[in-house]
Design a protein around this ligand. Structure first.
Ligand code: UDX
Length: 463
């Protein structure tokens, strides 16, 4: 894609080349802009400049190659160079959960805006993309005006980002919508130029004030988290009856008003966004005196966390009541498939809880083993699905990678010690597993005894 219109395209900088920033920088260069990416982490800069994406994201390495080959994408760890280069500066640094609080930690955002404000000497636009508490953009605009030699000439705008890990390239090059939070017509026109190829392609645009733009992002993530926790709350109700949450979700999803996306029951949500964003939103709403309006987000969080505990319960039940010395194969560590991100990953949390109850846990994730090992070095890690399940007493599917979905139940059965499966993601065909003699359990689905006798490894199946 190189579809820049005829006007002079703004020079773009991207400050913070983590997940969001690296993808944004690469895709802006692919769209035809001259882009300079910046990070304080020299290792990331060196990797990206050498054509290496520092995390797993399908399709992004190819786009990085394309952008570097075009000559339009460079990386630096010199903020002075960034200040001189850019007309539009996108700030994409992280806003993690603060230590010992549910609030967002804005240290990196503040430092990025302050650093640029002190250095920029010509009219330019600072655009925040990070997810922040409402009111942050306004506060930063004041701070920038105080610091900058240009005063209010150096403007701030907000442009929330909705990309999903695993679909980062698609979501950046073909977003559902663009949202510009601006305080002036000039800021809007700069953003229109910076996103000209996407606007020309018909991407819907909402031009808003800055607080609304900030709110769009947290409201979207809160809605998605609520939808997931809603169906998982229904799973809890199903567990108290003999109802089946999979069928329930399917029936609900056929109602156009409800729809099936983000209505998949199971182990629930994790990752670097949904959990911390709903907590920070609740915290900010309380500060604003409207805590009651979003107090339900606390319940959304609790439902989500209970799914992890309940998954451990299922493994324990299948193991006969105690986890001590039980060999568990934990399939998956990433917070979702097609990602190597283990931040607040439900899968890894379950593996950790099983380990703390005395189980011998072997984790296998097609991409996230290294990241998981850094976080939990005490767990065992296997290099393949086959070695993870070998001699397992219970297998727990915790992240729904295709490799696990497509595994043959009989083949897996020939490797394990006992054919016992906890399907934490409703990803497997329960009928096929049961037909192959597996005891199959999933959250929110009624218990059915396995049709075949309990198998020991290597023994012949009875149907
Ligand atoms: C999310 C938002 O979707 C994205 O718009 C925002 O920019 C960043 O946060 P991401 O964290 O990449 O994106 O993951 P997402 O695909 O939204 O999934 C979040 C979690 O919800 C995952 O752990 C996933 O397994 C879980 N999930 C999703 C469910 O448990 N059930 C579902 O039906 C859908």
């Amino acid at each position: 894609m190189n579809t820049l219109p005829s006007f002079s395209a703004p020079k773009i900088t991207v400050v913070g080349t983590g997940y969001l920033g690296a993808t944004h920088a690469i895709c802006m260069a692919v769209m035809g802009f001259d882009v300079l990416g910046f990070d304080v982490d020299q290792r990331k800069i060196t990797q990206l400049a050498a054509g290496e994406v520092p995390f797993y994201e399908p399709g992004l390495p190819e786009k990085l190659d394309e952008a570097l080959a075009s000559g339009r994408l460079r990386f630096t760890s010199d903020l002075d160079e960034v200040a001189q280069f850019g007309d539009v500066h996108f700030i994409c640094v992280g806003t993690p959960q603060a230590p010992n609080s549910s609030a967002a930690d804005l240290t990196y955002v503040d430092a990025a805006f302050a650093g640029l404000a002190a250095r920029i000497s010509r009219k330019a636009l600072l655009v925040g993309k990070s997810t922040v508490p409402i009111g942050t953009a306004g506060r930063l605009a004041g701070m920038v005006a105080d610091i900058s030699p240009l005063g209010t000439e150096l403007e701030v705008a907000w442009n929330p980002e909705f990309l999903r890990e695993g679909f980062a390239v698609q979501d950046t090059l073909h977003p559902d919508r663009l949202v510009f939070g601006v305080a002036s017509e000039w800021a809007e026109s700069m953003l229109r130029q910076a996103f000209a190829p996407l606007l020309a392609a018909g991407t819907p645009l909402i031009v808003a004030d800055m607080p609304t733009a900030e709110l769009v992002k947290v409201a979207a993530n809160s809605f998605l988290a609520t939808k997931i926790s809603f169906i998982n709350a229904m799973a809890e109700v199903c567990e108290a009856t003999s109802a089946d949450v999979s069928m329930l979700a399917q029936a609900l999803s056929l109602d156009d008003r409800i729809g099936g996306r983000f209505l998949k029951p199971g182990l629930g949500f994790g990752g670097g966004c949904l959990p911390k964003d709903i907590r920070a939103f609740k915290h900010r709403a309380e500060q604003l005196g409207v805590g009651q309006a979003v107090s339900f987000l606390g319940e959304v969080d609790s439902i989500n966390n209970r799914r992890r505990v309940r998954t451990v319960d299922l493994v324990r039940e299948l193991a006969g009541g105690s986890l001590a010395g039980v060999r568990v194969a934990a399939l998956g560590a990433a917070f979702k498939p097609n990602s190597d991100d283990v931040r607040d990953a439900p899968a890894l949390d379950v593996a950790r809880m099983l380990y703390l109850e005395g189980a011998v846990v072997t984790v296998y994730d097609p991409e996230a083993n290294a990241n998981a090992h850094r976080l939990y070095p005490d767990l065992n890690y296997a290099g393949s699905l086959a070695s993870a399940v070998e001699d397992a007493d219970v297998v727990a599917l915790l992240t729904e990678w295709d490799e696990f979905r497509s595994a043959e139940p009989d083949y897996l059965g020939s490797l394990v010690r006992h054919r016992r499966m906890v399907d934490g993601r409703h990803a497997l065909d329960a009928g096929r597993y049961r037909a192959c003699g597996w005891e199959y359990r999933a959250l929110g689905r009624p218990y059915q005894a396995a049709p075949a006798r309990q198998e020991a490894k290597g023994s012949v199946q009875q149907r």
